[in-house]
Write a protein that binds this ligand. Structure first.
Ligand code: GDP
Length: 320
């Protein structure tokens, strides 16, 4: 597939461009010859290193006039809305913040895009969290949406909001992203925590790895592949929502065992189960069914589970 805009440079706007997915998506779009603009909050602009400094923005999604000016100035054909708050919530005021920053901000952006860029295409990064604790596995585009966290609720509401705008004739679609990791993954996620701690143990800088539920199952894929799926969604003939997943489930123990064995370490010698880290009520495994995007858009992930572990491990070994 080409950029879809023969004869001139296509323009794209990525919100949340300073995060893991923003990094991979900017790299992908740059490699396809796009003029890439990134939006993120103040203080993280230098993490948009792939994007030219003149194309890094920090306009608030709540500032209607600045937002409409920016959209009209950039005039992007494609908008990838990745920005979201995803921290663990403990107070009502934190919940309020997440509802405002995820749901209201998405509505502001979506309505402004439809108003000022009616022929643009919009991809929203939803999450497997919209399924909550599913009663069957794997989950597909037709699985019940029953979030159990405030974060999941905001992602589910935005997913529906995208459907509302699509009904009004705007090219908007929602990517239901299952867990996707890489060497750019934040340290609070279990994959990166395992990789970094295992290397510290190997180098004598740590003595133990503290984890919660070892039997929890996740469908882990490679972030670089998932942003490519989102790009394909905006090149399609019509806007559709898709599950983006590897289709394979692994336990936290599987992930940790593989990392430790690659470093010639015995996991059980260092593993400490910390009850405070155990999350309640994970029933059916969270595994996605990617058949639809594979069939409709020919998406094929490049890295499997073991190759993902290798990528994370190698990068962490190189950077320390
Ligand atoms: P999530 O799917 O977005 O919640 O991604 P995480 O990487 O945070 O968690 C993935 C799974 O690992 C969940 O089922 C957690 O319960 C499990 N897990 C077990 N121990 C830990 C831990 O120490 N930290 C984190 N973040 N998750 C853990």
């Amino acid at each position: 597939m080409g950029s879809g805009f023969p004869g001139r440079m296509a323009r794209a706007l990525i919100t949340g461009a300073a995060g893991q997915d923003g990094y991979f998506l900017s790299r992908l779009l740059e490699s396809k010859g796009y003029d890439v603009h990134g939006l993120d909050r103040p203080g993280v602009q230098d993490r948009m290193e792939v994007i030219h400094p003149s194309r890094r923005w920090n306009v608030s999604l709540f500032d209607d006039s600045a937002l409409s000016d920016l959209l009209q100035e950039i005039n992007p054909e494609e908008i990838f809305h990745l920005a979201a708050f995803s921290f663990v919530l403990t107070t009502v005021s934190e919940e309020r913040e997440v509802i405002r920053n995820n749901l209201e901000a998405t509505h502001n952006l979506l309505s402004a895009c439809r108003e000022f860029l009616p022929s643009s295409r919009f991809c929203f990064a939803a999450s497997a969290e919209i399924f909550g604790n599913p009663d069957h596995s794997p989950q597909s585009e037709s699985s019940a949406i029953r979030p159990v966290t405030i974060y999941g609720m905001t992602k589910a509401s935005c997913h529906h909001l995208v459907g509302v705008y699509r009904n009004r004739g705007y090219f908007a679609c929602s990517a239901i992203l299952f867990n996707h990791e890489s060497s750019r993954r934040g340290n609070r996620f279990v994959t990166q925590k395992i990789v970094k701690t295992a290397i510290d143990i190997k180098r004598g800088k740590a003595r133990e790895l503290r984890l919660g539920s070892m039997d929890a199952v996740r469908d882990w894929g490679y972030a670089g592949d998932y942003v490519e799926a989102m790009w394909r969604m905006l090149q399609a003939e019509k806007p559709e929502d898709y599950v983006i997943a590897s289709g394979h489930g692994h336990t936290v123990r599987d992930f940790a065992s593989l990392v430790f064995s690659k470093l010639d370490l015995d996991l059980d010698q260092y593993l400490v189960i910390d009850e405070d880290l155990v999350r309640p009520g994970e029933s059916f495994p969270r595994i996605g069914d990617p058949s639809r995007i594979k069939k409709d858009l020919g998406w094929v992930p490049s890295l499997d589970f073991e190759a993902l572990v290798d990528e994370m491990l190698q990068a962490a070994l190189d950077s320390k």
